[in-house]
Every structure is written in C-alpha cells, then in structure tokens.
Design a protein around this ligand. Structure first.
Ligand SMILES: NC(=O)C1=CN([C@@H]2O[C@H](COP(=O)(O)OP(=O)(O)OC[C@H]3O[C@@H](n4cnc5c(N)ncnc54)[C@H](O)[C@@H]3O)[C@@H](O)[C@H]2O)C=CC1
Ligand SMILES: O=C(CO)[C@H](O)[C@H](O)COP(=O)(O)O
Length: 299
C-alpha cells in the first residue's frame, strides 16, 4: 500500500517509520522542510505541499494526518479536499475533539476515520493502541496500515461510527489524568510519611507483580531513577489539559459523575498558580468568623 503522511513530528514520524518497516510506501509532507528531509532519509518520498502529496498518491488515496489538533487539521483538510473523492480515505490520528471529527467526516469528500492514538513516543518500538471511528469499509481498507502502526492486529479496532474513535481516546485521557493523580498522591504520602523510603525501589517492587503495576508506574520508576527519589528540580506545574477538560465537559453533559477525573484536572489548573485567590480569601475568612490570626505575605 502507498500511504501519504502529513505531520512528521514526534508521532507522525513513528507512523512513517512503522509503515515503511512493514514494507509499504510512504509519501511525506510537513510544514517543516527538515522534518520532510529526515523522513526522506528514512525512505519516504518527500512532498513539498499538500497538493504535491495528493498528486504523488494517484487514485484511491490513503492519507494519515498527524498534525496538532484544531486549526492545523482544518487547514490541511481545506488544502486536501479539492484532490479527494469518495474512494479515498483520510485518517486523523491526532487528539481531535470528537465533535470536530463528526463535522469533518460530514464535510470531507473522502471517507474519514477519526483515530485515537495512544502509546506516545514509546510506540516507535512497541506500536500504538488505535481507537478508530468511521465507515467499516474504510477501516477494512486501512487494516494493513493499522496493523503496522499499532502493536499488531489486537492493537486497533473500529469503535463505531464517526467520532467514536476520538470519543474513546478522550475518555482514555481522562483515565490517564486520574491514574497519574492517584500515583502522585500515593508517592507524595510515601515521600512525606514516616519512613525514609527509596521511591524508585518502591515503584520497582510494585511493578513486579503488584495489583497496581502499569506502564505509568514504570514511568514513575524511570522518573525516580533519572531525577532522584525527591524528583530533583522538577517543578510542581502540570501543563496540557484540553482532553481532560473535554472529558469533564462531556461527563457533565451526560450527567455521569467523574469526580476523580475532575479532581485531577482541577489539580492541574491549581498547579499553575502559586498565589491562589481562594486560599487567600479562606485565610482571611478564618479571621472573620473565628478571629484566627491572618497569615500575611511577608511572614
Ligand atoms: N506526543 C504524544 O505523546 C501524543 C500526541 N498525540 C496527538 O498527535 C498529534 C501530533 O502530536 P505530536 O506528533 O506530538 O506533535 P509535534 O508537535 O511533535 O508534531 C506536529 C507536526 O505537525 C507539523 N504541522 C503542524 N501544522 C501542520 C500543517 N498545517 N501541515 C503540515 N504539517 C503541520 C509540525 O511541523 C510538526 O512537525 C496531536 O494531535 C497530539 O495531540 C496523540 C497521542 C500521544
Ligand atoms: O494523548 C496523549 C497521551 O495519551 C498526549 O500525550 C496528550 O498530549 C496528553 O494530554 P495532555 O496534554 O492534556 O496531558
């Protein structure tokens, strides 16, 4: 099969390499000329624009988008659409909002597959987990590519109609937030608690047979090994948050309680301000109702 890949960053480049390794052909485009040149060095055919990529693919185009979610997806589809027809297939492997994917699937001249991708840069060796929404025929047609990009045939499946792939990935990320929060709280108690513990040793022990072993816990072990058991100079600031926000918004709309996911999202937002107005007000209110001493900034 011949696959066009647009977006050759951390994730798109893995798609290129795994598809080439599986014996398929790749035509590659990115706004970054360096990224295109690097993909060409790896064996892909370079394209210098979206239109050039489409021309090089000929009939029955198979295209994988791995650009940042949002405007970049719409801009790429605007450029692609004049070159597409109903026999073509476009996969969006990024973290797009599921409603945007439904809208794009309706507008796109090709069959459109929304593909939630999990595994991060480690997927280069292991392969990804792929959650795919859209027409069955297009999923079947793309199966050789999904087999190559995923861990194998068991690493991908069609979740359902348009939007369902990105919907499942959105919830996956909400679960990811809550798991990270739970590991964080447990290790914080161990770090602050009554024993002088080597947290790398704790994580390693847990990773060998414990009920709570997981890849995220292996990454905890790696973090303690590389940064030190006190995490060295790693700041208490957590970036990101869009997929977790979408998960909570959807849960509110569906009236499904997700307190752990919400709490972990709130912790992220809280981590970005070290001078919280709510805490300052609570500090002052304790004086109001109980004449408890106000802690002042210069104390
Ligand atoms: N990094 C990760 O662990 C994961 C990322 N994702 C999602 O995958 C998508 C890509 O993420 P990364 O590869 O990490 O991002 P990245 O920032 O490493 O790469 C994005 C690439 O897209 C290119 N690009 C941007 N706009 C473009 C356009 N209009 N046309 C062509 N190329 C364009 C950039 O030059 C860059 O090379 C995002 O939606 C992200 O949320 C999903 C799962 C895991
Ligand atoms: O999808 C992912 C992992 O599964 C990406 O790493 C994503 O960026 C994580 O979300 P956030 O940026 O909100 O932490």
């Amino acid at each position: 099969m011949q696959l066009g890949v647009i977006g050759l960053g951390r994730m798109g480049r893995i798609v290129v390499d795994r598809v080439l390794d599986a014996g398929h052909d790749v035509v590659a485009f990115d706004l970054s000329e360096e990224a295109v040149a690097a993909a060409a060095d790896a064996g892909a055919e370079p394209a210098d624009s979206v239109a050039d990529l489409a021309d090089r693919l000929g009939d029955d185009k198979r295209i994988w988008l791995m650009v940042p979610a949002g405007d970049a997806v719409d801009a790429t589809l605007d450029d692609l659409d004049p070159h597409l027809d109903e026999n073509d297939v476009v996969v969006d492997g990024g973290n797009s909002h599921f409603e945007a994917s439904v809208r794009r699937a309706e507008a796109c001249s090709a069959a459109y597959l929304d593909c939630g991708t999990s595994g991060g840069p480690a997927g280069a060796e292991l392969g990804f987990s792929l959650m795919i929404g859209g027409p069955q025929w297009a999923y079947d047609e793309m199966t050789p590519v999904f087999d190559a990009v995923a861990t194998g045939p068991a690493g991908h499946d069609r979740m359902g109609e348009a939007g369902s792939g990105h919907y499942v990935k959105m919830v996956h990320n909400g679960v990811e937030y809550a798991l990270m929060q739970a590991y964080g709280e447990g290790f914080e108690l161990l770090a602050e608690g009554r024993y002088d513990l080597d947290l790398e040793a704790v994580a390693r022990t847990w990773n060998n047979g414990a009920v709570i072993r997981s890849w995220l816990l292996e990454l905890c072990e790696e973090a303690f090994r590389e940064e030190g058991t006190d995490l060295g100079d790693v700041d208490d600031h957590i970036s990101g948050g869009s997929t977790g926000t979408w998960t909570v918004q959807e849960a509110l709309e569906q009236e499904v309680p997700v307190p752990l996911i919400y709490q972990s999202l709130a912790e992220r937002f809280g981590s970005r301000a070290d001078d919280r107005f709510s805490r300052r007000l609570a500090n002052r209110l304790r004086y109001g109702f109980g004449r408890h001493e106000v802690v002042r900034k210069d104390e």
